[in-house]
Design a protein. Structure first.
Length: 134
């Protein structure tokens, strides 16, 4: 569902982590939630990722790949806002049809808001748990 912003920059080895997301998909008017999903994203030390989506009807879909480019080149700093104890920066805008809270440490999203071409709300995916093994 999400697209990387900085495709030209090399990506260092990532910190392994698992993020559980709640996703709300909206109707074409962007007014009402038409379904909600749970997504569990696991990222390995080799930058591989696997998403497991649990659909409203109980079906499960998986996807996988390798993270090849960073969300942001901004370093982690003490003055950044936090979500679930993880620092983030805002990337994108409603004008680009995508707003992302991207963690510089994890190079992963903590919240993604996507819009249709006409500016109405398409979906909101929000991290509800972040697990980072020590």
């Amino acid at each position: 569902f999400v697209w990387r912003i900085h495709k030209q920059t090399a990506l260092p080895q990532l910190r392994p982590h698992t993020i559980t997301y709640h996703l709300d998909r909206y109707d074409d008017a962007g007014q009402s939630v038409i379904f909600s999903d749970t997504i569990v994203r696991t990222v390995g030390a080799d930058n591989s990722w696997q998403d497991t989506m649990i659909l409203p009807d109980g079906n499960v879909r998986t996807s996988h790949g390798v993270i090849k480019s960073p969300w942001t080149n901004q370093p982690v700093s003490a003055d950044l806002p936090e979500h679930l104890g993880v620092k983030y920066v805002k990337v994108g805008s409603k004008d680009t049809k995508l707003e992302v809270w991207a963690s510089p440490e994890l190079q992963d999203s903590l919240k993604t808001t996507a819009y249709h071409d006409d500016g109405t709300l398409f979906y909101v995916q929000t991290a509800i748990n972040v697990d980072m093994p020590k």
